[in-house]
Design a protein around this ligand. Structure first.
Ligand SMILES: C[S@@+](CC[C@H](N)C(=O)[O-])C[C@H]1O[C@@H](n2cnc3c(N)ncnc32)[C@H](O)[C@@H]1O
Length: 294
C-alpha cells in the first residue's frame, strides 16, 4: 500500500487480501472500519443450519452503513456459510407465525436450512417458520422430563423442536401449528426422524374428547410470557406475577409448589429487558374435564 487510501473499498481490497489467511474476523473488521466505528466490533452473529447455514446479524445502528461490507467478510471467512442476513423486524411483529423480515446482505437469497439438534434433523425455510437455536437447552430440558409412554400435547409446535425428539424417545405426541410451512416441516421431521407410529400431527388444534393418560407428566402446558425485568429478587416477584396470569387464564388458582406441581423456570434473556419463562403445572381436573369456558 503506497498511500493510505481514504476510500473504504480500497482499504478492504488491500488489507484483507494480503492477510486473509491469518487474520481473524475481528482483525479484519478493525482494519476496514473507520476509527470512529471501532467501539464494539460487530463480530456477533448467529448461524442457523448445518448443511446449508445462514448467518444473521443483529447490528447496532452505527454499523448499518457498513452492513454489506461486514456481511461479505463474514461470508468469506466462514466457508460453510452460504447467506448472511440482517433482521429488519423483531420476531413476532411480522406475523402471527412469528417469522421475521430480513434483508440479504451477502450470498444467496436462499434460507432453506438443515438443523441438527440432539439426534434430530429438521429441514425448513428459515424465512417462513419460527426457529430459535438459542432454545436448544430448553428443548432438551423439557424433552428430558418426558418418559416413554407419556402423552404430550405440543400446541403451537412450530417445526417440532419439542415434539419430534419427544416422539423419537417413545412419547405419544399431539402437535399442531397454524403455519402451513411449519406444519410441513414438522411432518417432514417426523418422517425424517422415523417416529411415524407414535407421533400424531395436526395443522389446527385437534379437539380433545378423550382423557389424556394420567401417568406423570400427563401434560406440560407451556407459556412463554415475556416480562421486562432484571435478575435477582425480581425472579420471585415475576414468578408470582406469572402464576397470577396463569390462574386468570385457567380460572383455577396456581402457585409455585402447589398440588399441581406448578413451577416457573427462568429460560433465558431474550433481550436486555425481556426474559423468557416456562411455566409447568399439572392440568387441574376441573380444567381438563370441566365445561368449556366462554
Ligand atoms: C413462538 S413460536 C413457537 C414454536 C415452537 N413451539 C418452538 O419452540 O420452536 C409460536 C408458534 O405458534 C404458531 N401459532 C400461532 N397461532 C396459532 C394457533 N392459533 N394455532 C396453532 N399454532 C399457532 C405459530 O405459527 C408459531 O409457529
Amino acid at each position: 500500500m503506497s498511500r493510505r487510501p481514504d476510500h473504504l473499498d480500497t482499504i478492504l481490497t488491500l488489507n484483507y487480501t494480503q492477510q486473509r489467511l491469518t487474520l481473524y474476523i475481528v482483525d479484519i473488521m478493525t482494519s476496514i472500519l473507520p476509527e470512529d466505528a471501532q467501539g464494539e466490533i460487530p463480530v456477533g452473529f448467529a448461524i442457523v443450519g448445518h448443511s446449508y447455514p445462514a448467518a444473521h446479524l443483529n447490528l447496532h445502528d452505527e454499523y448499518l452503513p457498513y452492513k454489506k461490507l461486514i456481511a461479505e467478510v463474514l461470508l468469506d471467512k466462514n466457508p460453510t456459510i452460504r447467506t448472511v442476513i440482517n433482521k429488519v423486524s423483531d420476531v413476532g411483529t411480522h406475523s402471527e407465525y412469528r417469522t421475521f423480515s430480513y434483508e440479504v446482505l451477502a450470498g444467496e437469497d436462499d434460507m432453506n436450512v438443515e438443523i441438527r439438534e440432539g439426534d434430530c434433523t429438521f429441514r425448513f425455510d428459515y424465512s417462513k417458520v419460527y426457529w430459535n437455536s438459542r432454545l436448544q437447552t430448553e428443548h432438551k430440558r423439557l424433552v428430558d422430563m418426558f418418559n416413554p409412554g407419556d402423552v404430550v400435547c405440543d400446541v403451537m409446535a412450530g417445526v417440532g423442536p419439542f415434539a419430534v425428539p419427544a416422539g423419537k424417545k417413545g412419547v405419544f405426541v399431539w402437535a399442531n401449528d397454524l403455519n402451513p410451512n411449519s406444519y410441513a416441516a414438522l411432518k417432514d421431521a417426523v418422517v425424517r426422524n422415523k417416529r411415524t407410529p407414535s407421533t400424531s400431527h395436526h395443522h389446527h388444534y385437534p379437539s380433545y374428547n378423550q382423557p389424556l393418560r394420567n401417568e406423570p407428566p400427563s401434560i406440560s402446558h407451556l407459556l412463554h410470557p415475556r416480562i421486562p425485568g432484571t435478575k435477582g429478587d425480581d425472579n420471585v416477584r415475576q414468578g408470582k406475577e406469572i402464576c397470577e396470569r396463569v390462574s386468570e387464564m385457567l380460572g383455577v388458582q396456581v402457585i409455585q409448589g402447589d398440588r399441581y406441581e406448578t413451577s416457573v423456570w427462568d429460560v433465558r434473556d431474550v433481550a436486555p429487558n425481556k426474559r423468557m419463562f416456562c411455566v409447568s403445572f399439572r392440568l387441574p381436573e376441573v380444567v381438563a374435564f370441566g365445561e368449556r369456558r366462554a
